[in-house]
Design a protein around this ligand. Sequence first.
Ligand SMILES: Nc1ncnc2c1ncn2[C@@H]1O[C@H](COP(=O)(O)OP(=O)(O)OP(=O)(O)O)[C@@H](O)[C@H]1O
Ligand SMILES: [Mg+2]
Length: 246
Amino acid sequence: MRMGKVIAVSGKGGVGKTVVASLTIKFLLKEKDGSILAVDADPSCNLHIALGIERPKMTLGSLRERAKRRPKSFDLSSFIEYGINMAIVEGRCDLLSVGRPEGKGCYCAVNSLLRESLGKLSKDYDYIVIDNEAGLEHISRQTDASCDIMFIIANPTPQSLATSLSIMELIRELENEIKETYIILNRAETATSDMLDRLKNKVQIAGLLRTDPSIYEAEREGRSLLDLPEDSQIYCDFKEILSGLI
Ligand SMILES: Nc1ncnc2c1ncn2[C@@H]1O[C@H](COP(=O)(O)OP(=O)(O)OP(=O)(O)O)[C@@H](O)[C@H]1O
Ligand SMILES: [Mg+2]
């Protein structure tokens, strides 16, 4: 049975997860053949903007609510399967947004729906790229428990590095089936060699990305990050990192 490659991106808030998820998709579109599903697992839903895709009208959160009110003739799993197909938005890649539970509901049910859906969708796509919500929650909820590559994005600040190490520890502790885990140091120009040496002793660093004004420019002008110039500094740096891994 075909199983697509699942690449998940995690890290503290604001460190560059959505940028790295978008650049991963740009790389896959340019360098690889195969179908791609982007998963926006951040309840604040903004990956579609970076990908230049319309805002999804349905999320896994809203699908769950609809499932409660489904016609009697539908059994739950066929309704969910049908709903997921409806929720996937097409663009240069496909996009599924997880969203949030409607009303006061807790996130557990939406997360378990995500976990189950990913298992099924990895048979339909060659690549699945997950832009996670900030922090450790998705690791403990095991939504991306069986991914092939987990990129933990860190900035060279004590707070961000501490979060990255906590994510690493939790992955080990829970024995999640994540095949490879790497740190990508973003906005790395302020990292000291001492900091890098200490980090290398504890984790595998896939590479360093520097601050690149072409990202601000694209965001300010409402352009998709998929359209960043091929020769932009950040894409060249990232291409080199990914070429050795995917
Ligand atoms: N290497 C970089 N060069 C320039 N700007 C960057 C770089 N990395 C991130 N940014 C900018 O920093 C901001 C935060 O990045 P991004 O949205 O990717 O972070 P995030 O980790 O996804 O945040 P959140 O936790 O809110 O989802 C964005 O405005 C982004 O464009
Ligand atoms: Mg983000």
